[in-house]
Design a protein around this ligand. Structure first.
Ligand SMILES: [Zn+2]
Length: 536
């Protein structure tokens, strides 16, 4: 904790040029100082931890400095003259800081009104810095207003607030107003890196970036976390350590979770969430990060140029750019919507984990929608086609599905082949009951080089497995399993035509029957649909 106090004092900006991320405020203040236009009341508003009181103190020094630097261009306090030193160390009665949150009462303001009349003891101006000014009681506000209406020449008020809308209009209208903005990720990360380097902290840049990302635009929080982390760490601070300290669980698991959502890998996503829970992660914070991540992906999907709006490191942005081709804008939009609804549900109802799991089920199963105009157009086309539909459907010839890649001769044992098949089956079951039903009726035939041959029971199954969506799914799985691109050949176990003799008793047989219907197939295709269950 000693370290904490020492650091915040040591690195608090003492010059306008050292203030992070508030250029618009600083430049205007310096311009007015350069032209000698000093106001008697300022109102600094903006989120907490963005430098309001820091700038107030620098301004207090600048108006009192006996040796102002660059007075005609970019004035800065010298930080060496008696006034500057006294203000920095808090040894003067002429700069008075009040926290309205702890002294809200009229008595303090009455004291202030008496005090204001007295001339400064050593400085040119008496500066009153009133923090969280919106916390004053109405009576105290009115007392303050009386002072602001006729401020003595030697007095400057600097009012600071995080909630400007709670400050009476009669007060704000008498102040020169400055809005402090929330700091960007890069500004906070840059500042933390500067601090860590200046102090020689043993900490990875990535850990610093993680702190910056979780500070929510509040530099003070970020600095405090950095100090606490350094004070408590035994050795070098890694991203993993930082992540645990921040209550994020493992950063790796968080990445894994978002990757699984994109890949629509529900079991993977649930297991990553479980890992996060096990490691004691703050699930609400995790959810917040997920929302941020998918929202950023959505912006990048709209246009990669929008990366300038994204609060993340360059490498993180590049990582995001590499995954956006795997997911549609519509799906991203719906993912963000579901996650935001989940955040609200958790706030209202609790059950963090259940709500999050439900959300994962939902977002892993989201399919890309078809815009309604397009759907109607396609429906019309289908109607037209059905009218002129051929009565017989020819089975398509055996076809090779190629995912490209070079041939790689490697003998594969029957057991290995069986194992690959079981894994494929399991994945298919999780993702598409239809694909699973067709595959279950067939089996693996051979894996030679890069070519996997599988059999299915009939031409309908073959057609289904060879559909773009199934094909892509299988090839991706095979690549994951075998680490290389695989070609897939689908053959029919029985001669085509025989299946007609079977009685449609099982769900599979019904499915098969439905899929032989050209109308059904066209509807499915038009809406990227899938048969889930067939009733009588
Ligand atoms: Zn000075």
């Amino acid at each position: 904790m000693r370290l904490h106090v020492v650091l915040s004092r040591k690195w608090r900006p003492q010059r306008f040029s050292e203030v992070v991320g508030q250029d618009h405020v600083v430049t205007t203040l310096q311009n007015s100082l350069a032209t000698g236009r000093v106001a008697h009341a300022y109102l600094f508003s903006g989120p907490r931890g963005t430098g309001k009181t820091t700038v107030a103190r620098i301004l207090a020094k600048a108006v009192n400095c006996l040796n102002l630097q660059n007075p005609r261009t970019k004035p800065e306090p010298c930080n060496e003259c008696l006034n500057c030193r006294n203000i920095t160390s808090g040894r003067t009665f002429d700069v008075i800081e009040m926290d309205a949150a702890s002294s809200r009462g009229i008595d303090q303001i009455r004291d202030l009104r008496e005090n204001v009349k007295l001339s400064p003891s050593g400085c040119r101006y008496k500066v009153y810095i009133i923090d969280e000014v919106h916390m004053l009681t109405p009576e105290a506000f009115n007392a303050l207003l009386k002072t602001l209406e006729e401020p003595p020449q030697h007095v400057i008020f600097i009012l600071a607030t995080t909630e400007k809308h709670k400050v009476l209009e009669t007060i704000t209208s008498r102040c020169l107003q400055f809005n402090f903005r929330r700091l960007s990720y890069n500004e906070i990360a840059g500042r933390l890196k500067f601090l860590a380097r200046s102090e020689g902290f043993d900490i990875d840049d990535e850990a610093l970036e993680l702190i910056a990302r979780n500070a929510d635009g509040c530099l003070r929080d970020a600095e405090n976390i950095l100090e606490q982390m350094v004070a408590s760490a035994q050795e070098r601070i890694t991203p993993e350590y930082a992540s645990l300290m921040l209550g994020l669980g493992s950063a790796h698991l968080m990445d894994e979770l978002s990757r699984c959502v994109i890949k629509q890998d529900l079991p993977g996503a649930i297991s990553a969430l479980d890992g996060l829970t096990e490691s004691g992660a703050d699930l609400t914070q995790c959810l917040k990060n997920l929302i941020g991540f998918f929202h950023d992906l959505m912006l990048l999907k709209i246009n990669p140029d929008l990366k300038r709006l994204i609060d993340a490191s360059g490498s993180k942005v590049n990582e995001m750019l590499s995954v956006i081709s795997d997911v549609s804008l519509d799906r991203l939009r719906r993912i963000v919507k579901v996650l935001m609804r989940t955040e609200r549900d958790i706030k209202e109802l609790g059950y963090e984990r259940f709500n999050l799991e439900t959300a994962l089920v939902e977002i892993c199963q989201l399919r890309d929608g078809v815009p309604i105009e397009e759907a109607l157009e396609r429906l019309e086309e289908i109607e037209a086609k059905i009218e002129t539909m051929p009565t017989e459907i020819k089975p398509s010839p055996v076809q090779e599905i190629s995912a490209g890649g070079r041939e790689e001769e490697r003998p594969v044992s029957e057991d290995e082949l069986r194992e690959i098949w079981e894994k494929l089956l399991a994945k298919a079951k999780e993702n598409s009951i239809a694909l699973y039903s067709f595959m279950r009726e067939g089996g693996p035939v051979s894996l030679q080089g890069n070519k996997l041959t599988i059999s299915v029971a009939n031409s309908v199954g073959k057609e289904y497995v060879e559909r773009d969506e199934s094909k892509e799914f299988m090839l991706r799985l095979l690549k994951d399993l075998l680490g290389r691109d695989i070609q897939l050949e689908v053959i029919v176990k029985e001669p085509a035509g025989q299946e007609d003799r079977k009685t449609p008793t099982s769900q599979f047989a019904l499915y098969h029957k439905a899929m032989r219907d050209e109308g059904v197939r066209m509807v499915l295709e038009a809406f990227s649909g899938e048969i889930v269950e067939i009733g009588d």
